[in-house]
Design a protein around this ligand. Structure first.
Ligand SMILES: Cc1ncc(COP(=O)(O)O)c(C=O)c1O
Length: 419
């Protein structure tokens, strides 16, 4: 028999194996200073393109003031206990009502964290006779929610409605045997590549198939739609989304999340969401802070306009310079380059140290081998000057990638990796 830890000593996992070369720099980097378009990395100022503070609320003076006052008034403990037992308050209810109204649903329920909330909502919505059909590129929290499901599940090809339709045919046959129903899950915006889920075409399939539709709109909430209510509003089908989810971790620049749906569905979920029934209530400072942020989303359309001014300048500038930004239809701005992982590391180092640009880097196994994805998140705090500096830096690093500079610079890392 083996020691349980043997596998850990042997193998650090697909990302962990890079730790010796990557930790503290490419992964677990420490960005310092106040959250904004310019922060410090290893003592130097960088233009920061890696923070999901879409509307620039994280460090907005009004938000900071409300957060501080709520912290002083309530501390970080209040209320104690789970919502069901002793952690329920008027302000939790008020926030739910305001969130529901904002996303045009009858009711909403707060979640302590988006990730756990998604896992738990999927778990609560299905029983073993039901069938889940979900996008193969779904966020990890959706995959983990599906993992809890005791019944059948099918994936459909990423954002491919034909593939969804085929899987709905299979799911329908199966549901007829089990006597269960069907849950379809998509993201409103896919956070890595930025394309919107094909929500409008998916809800069209309701005419042909009997299913309920659950949308994780983490990146769409606050950034898309006329009022900022998200991808469903943007595509004109918010009413056809049966359960809507968004996190406070992006546009709201906080912690927490919510689901919204018909009142009867929320009434069911609040008695069946294990991650909320058996966990401490969302702390009051976060509730008060979320009420303030939501008010700003509603009353300050200029925040979203500023965001989109930067998104448009960045995306059109990259395209004009011949960069491949894939199929994004949102603020998420990917730039695809070709190169090995060691080349990607040398390139990002150059970008950070010599050009003062900080963006996230994504490589295999998250994307196919040989591709480098530089992922940028524009925010309302960025300036057109930040965009210009970044475009020039991208031109320079592309030239250095193509003339083999990063191959030479990374030879030592490559040799160490091949040992
Ligand atoms: C698509 C998506 N769903 C869910 C989550 C999880 O939300 P939270 O950070 O509130 O746990 C994230 C990340 O924040 C996300 O990008």
């Amino acid at each position: 028999m083996r020691d349980l830890f043997d596998k850990i000593y042997r193998d650090k996992g697909p990302l962990g194996k890079w730790a010796a070369h990557a930790e503290g720099y490419f992964v677990f980097p420490k960005l310092e200073g106040e959250i904004s378009n310019r922060m410090k990395f290893q003592g130097k100022e960088v233009v920061t393109w890696s923070i999901n503070d879409y509307l620039g609320l994280a460090n907005h003076p009004e938000v900071r003031k409300v957060d501080a006052e709520a912290g002083a008034a309530y501390g970080s403990a209040y209320p104690m206990g789970a919502r069901m037992m002793s952690g329920h308050t008027d302000l939790h209810e008020q926030l739910q009502n305001e969130l529901a109204a904002f996303v045009n649903k009858e009711a909403a329920y707060l979640l302590n964290f988006g990730y756990q909330g998604m896992v738990s909502t999927i778990d609560a919505l299905v029983s073993k006779d039901d069938i889940i059909v979900y996008d193969v590129d779904a966020h990890a929290c959706i995959i983990d929610g599906v993992r809890l499901h005791m019944g059948k599940r099918f994936t459909y090809k990423h954002n491919d409605v034909e593939s969804l339709e085929k899987n709905l045919e299979r799911a329908t046959k199966m549901a007829e045997q089990t006597g269960g129903g069907i849950l379809v899950i998509s993201e409103g915006v896919f956070g890595m590549r930025g394309e919107q889920g094909r929500l409008k075409e998916i809800v069209e399939l309701k005419k042909k198939f009997n299913f309920r539709f659950f949308v994780d709109d983490a990146h769409g909430f606050g950034t898309l739609g006329a009022t900022g209510a998200g991808a469903g509003e943007e595509q004109g089908i918010q009413d056809d989304i049966d359960v809507y989810f968004a996190t406070f971790a992006k546009s709201m620049a906080s912690t927490g999340a919510f689901i919204a749906a018909d009142k009867e569905i929320i009434d069911y979920l609040k008695y069946n969401l294990r991650s909320q029934m058996f966990a401490k209530s969302l702390q009051m400072q976060l509730v008060v802070g979320a009420l303030k942020r939501l008010d700003m989303l509603r009353t300050m359309p200029e925040l979203k306009q500023n965001l989109w001014k930067i998104v448009d300048a960045l995306q059109s500038g990259l395209k004009a310079r011949g960069f491949d930004i894939g199929t994004t239809q949102s603020c998420v701005t990917p730039v695809y380059l070709k190169g090995s992982i060691p080349e990607a590391m040398a390139l990002v180092k150059d970008l950070r140290e010599n050009y003062g640009i900080f963006c996230s880097i994504v490589v295999y196994p998250v994307i196919p081998k040989g591709l480098i994805l530089l992922r940028m998140i524009p925010t309302a705090t960025h300036t057109l000057e930040d965009v210009e500096i970044t475009l020039e830096a991208f031109d320079a690093i592309r030239a250095r990638l193509e003339n083999g500079t990063y191959k030479r610079l990374s030879a030592a890392v490559t040799a160490a990796m091949e040992k």
